[in-house]
Design a protein around this ligand. Structure first.
Ligand code: IMP
Length: 474
């Protein structure tokens, strides 16, 4: 299958640069819209190639707002379709819950949604395993609890299952044996598998708060899977995505978007180890995650960067970390972080968990851009700034007087003291109402120029609000 060495026209990758939650979903939505403005484009494919129900991508249109997890961010556009590819971890019951939740608002999507039969299968057993890991070792660095780590681990140790195993006629035996094996392992630690509490996505999505449930007995486990399996088979979403790629690659009227989940800073090899997710989150994940494309095929390699701060799910003790309230008296930095969290609604997409707010770390960001091959930036959240703000930007670190730069892994961050440059804030409300570059506050443009120069990467667009209209090409 020798292909043209030049990149495929009308393709882009949308990758998070820092620690996730940069607003990738809405950028995908914007990008679909701009592709469809081209009369030569009639359809847009949105491909998720890694991650699973640990992601939370929000898309908004008029008064409709949807949080997506496993389903790619194509759902607001009738001319777009979604592919959940072989590099993803798919939890069948959660997928059915999510499809029903989306269809409740935007109508049928299963006629333009495809799921690879090779995708990694995640069940409630991997979630129980994550719980077991958390009590067996304090090296378990926190996770969304959705079974992502163990599912990928079993891809590597070759014991893991795929969507095709769930569709196999023999599926009850395959998954029943898996339950039996887990029961034995839990029994060895004097734990009753059926009693283990695992995340309850169905109720979490309804209540917007983390909910848990008991895993249940083997018949309950198999019954839940059977219901999801029947729905998935009936909806005909499972397909051979490799063949689909071959077809759409040659369809010039189809634009292709690779939608990253999490971010380069959370990459299992290149991120802030051990506080990372378990997949390759950058362009490096596209080849194993599709089995078809490589980074060189992609025309635009876009990194999404949240400015003028960074947020993270869970506390990473990075040099630019701002401690949460520790004592009754808050520092100015803590007050600033609290204000940002409220104004930018920095709470988990589904669970409502408050996110940590950190200062921007250009050393970390610069590493992530370089290592992932991102060649342009879209900056989000420019409206979350006040005239009175002094924006602290970390440009490098000092360690006992010696200048250091970022190296992946949190252990290399110990003892580093950030060197900050202060820039003046601007009135975010002015950004909110702007519809072109010249309408942006001068101080915001100065800030953008500073970041571009330091990162040696162009910022090609910014967002200053959640709506499609709050998107300005620079
Ligand atoms: P896991 O992906 O569930 O294994 O979680 C590992 C770490 O990555 C945890 O600190 C999560 O909070 C974080 N994480 C996973 N997915 C996301 C995401 O989509 N955005 C931000 N953080 C995430």
């Amino acid at each position: 299958m020798l292909r043209n060495k030049i990149n495929r026209k009308n393709t882009c990758a949308i990758i998070g640069i820092a620690l996730g939650d940069e607003g990738k979903g809405r950028i995908v939505d914007n990008k679909i819209e701009s592709y469809l403005k081209d009369p030569k484009i009639s359809r847009v494919a949105v491909i998720r190639f890694q991650g699973g129900n640990n992601a939370g991508h929000t898309v908004e249109k008029e008064d409709l707002k949807l949080a997506l997890h496993q389903v790619p961010s194509f759902v607001m556009h009738k001319k777009a379709f979604g592919i959940m590819d072989r590099g993803m971890v798919i939890h069948p019951e959660d997928l059915v819950t999510e499809i029903k939740y989306i269809e409740n608002s935007v109508g049928k999507i299963t006629d333009r949604l495809f799921l690879s039969d090779d995708a990694v299968l995640c069940t409630d057993l991997e979630r129980a395993e994550e719980f077991l890991n958390s009590i067996l070792t304090d090296n378990s660095k926190g996770s969304t609890g959705r079974g992502i780590g163990p599912s990928y681990a079993h891809h590597y140790d070759k014991t893991g299952l795929r969507i095709y195993d769930l569709l196999d006629n023999n599926w009850k035996k395959i998954l029943g044996t898996k339950y039996d094996n887990y029961e034995k392992i839990f029994g060895a630690f004097n734990l009753k598998l059926s009693e283990v509490m695992i995340p309850d996505f169905n109720n979490t999505i309804k209540t917007h708060k983390s909910q848990n449930k008991k895993l249940g007995t083997k018949p309950v486990f198999l019954q839940n899977l059977d219901t999801a399996r029947k729905y998935i088979i009936k909806s005909k979403i499972v397909t051979n995505t490799f063949k689909l790629h071959k077809k759409i690659y040659n369809q010039k009227s189809t634009a292709i978007i690779f939608e990253g989940a999490q971010a380069v800073g959370l990459d299992s090899w290149l991120g802030t180890r051990p506080d990372v997710t378990s997949s390759s989150t950058g362009l490096n994940g596209i080849t194993p995650g599709t089995g078809f494309y490589k980074a060189e095929d992609i025309q635009e390699k876009i990194g999404i960067l949240k400015l003028p701060y960074t947020s993270s799910v869970g506390s990473r003790t990075m040099p630019t970390h701002i401690d949460n309230k520790k004592n009754n008296k808050m520092t100015d930095d803590q007050k600033w972080a609290d204000r940002i969290r409220t104004d930018a609604n920095e709470y988990g997409t589904t669970t409502g968990r408050p996110r940590d707010i950190n200062f921007i770390d250009l050393s970390f960001i610069s590493y992530n851009i370089t290592i992932s091959g991102i060649d342009k930036i879209i900056a989000t959240h420019l409206d979350i700034c006040k005239d009175s703000d002094k924006i602290k930007i970390c440009t490098s670190y000092k360690n006992r007087g010696v200048t250091e730069s970022y190296q992946p892994g949190l252990r290399y961050q110990r003892g580093l003291v950030p060197v900050y440059k202060d820039l003046k804030g601007w009135d975010g409300k002015l950004c909110h109402n702007a519809n072109k570059k010249s309408a942006l506050p001068k101080k915001a443009l100065k800030f953008i120029n500073f970041i571009e120069e330091k990162l040696e990467t162009p910022i090609v667009a910014i967002t200053c609000g959640p709506l499609r209209t709050n998107y300005i090409e620079l």
